[in-house]
Design a protein around this ligand. Sequence first.
Ligand SMILES: NC(=O)c1ccc[n+]([C@@H]2O[C@H](COP(=O)([O-])OP(=O)(O)OC[C@H]3O[C@@H](n4cnc5c(N)ncnc54)[C@H](O)[C@@H]3O)[C@@H](O)[C@H]2O)c1
Length: 361
Amino acid sequence: MHVTTISVPLGQRSYEVCIAPAGATDMAQKIATALGKPTGVAVLVDSRLHQLSARVQPLVEALAARLPRVRRLDLPAGESCKTLAAIEHSCDWLADNGYDRGAALVGIGGGATSDHTGFAAAIYLRGIAYATFPTTLLAMVDASVGGKTGVDIAAGKNLVGAFHQPRAVMADPGFLESLPEREIAAGMAEVVKAGLIADAPLLDTLEAQAGAAMPAETLAKVIEAAVRVKVEVVVADERESGRRAILNFGHTVGHAIEAASGFQLLHGEAVSLGMIAALSLGVARGVTEPALLARATALLARLGLPVDVKRRLAADVLDRMEVDKKRVSDAVRFVLVPREGQAIIQGIALDELKRELLAAL
Ligand SMILES: NC(=O)c1ccc[n+]([C@@H]2O[C@H](COP(=O)([O-])OP(=O)(O)OC[C@H]3O[C@@H](n4cnc5c(N)ncnc54)[C@H](O)[C@@H]3O)[C@@H](O)[C@H]2O)c1
């Protein structure tokens, strides 16, 4: 079985991402070592995962055998834990249970759980340590790495948050056994993104496997490759002032489509459509090789992701583009992929971007 440790070198905030289908004991030991000597540990678990997966309880018990004062708090399932009210509830619970500044949090769940756990850790007593066990493909390859944490507010997703790096991330692909196929496909969209922006051979691997059940060892390698892309980009630009923006490939339009669907589309499904829109724009601008658009569309479709972007994109959808975070004055910093494994950023005026996108599809 393939076991890998990827270092995230961020000076004093360095940590390791471990992809280790090694069973609860080894994983708990690694987290215990990474957390040092905490005064107590609160384990925050996605409540649906806890009901579905027999892997959670042994993991909590293994942590309790190695760390002091381990208690479990079940979080509202999925995105519903990403509210300020849920964060307040967790912080109240931590205070009621006597967790002090030497305590640490451990999150077990998908990206929503790691965003909640990281944000609670960032603000409880002005900051305590945390680690995560990502249990969805999306969380393993994307949400658990990079130190962005936060919650949603009425005005939009992820609008309140903090940068707070974990002490360790422990990804066990065994957790994916209970994850619905649709969620696996959504995670694969971010893997395809990693291949498109920075790892051409990853696309070859996905093409060789798409449509069939991926053997565990290949899945672990695919996760590793995608994590390496995210780590490389994040380390180069921890606070998203430059190169990190390439991770937004497919997201500027994807976010608009996701919001316009009333969040009926999963994030990865919207990103699949957003990547096709971005590649189409690239072709229209003479930047992207036309063959790459056809290749990416075929791969995403074979992975079970939506590709019918034309049907979903209208002017009012594009009005929802979350450009504020990516805009420098009036020019949107739009990510284009000229060829496999390469990303560039072009400043495009917002009006022009909307017009060109609609014309390109
Ligand atoms: N911080 C970041 O850099 C970053 C990056 C990407 C996404 N995100 C955030 O991550 C979230 C999306 O992550 P996600 O797709 O993991 O969503 P999620 O955490 O909501 O999990 C998806 C669903 O799967 C369930 N689940 C989790 N693990 C399971 C398992 N092993 N088996 C069965 N069911 C399981 C959850 O209960 C939920 O219903 C969003 O809130 C997004 O904003 C953050």
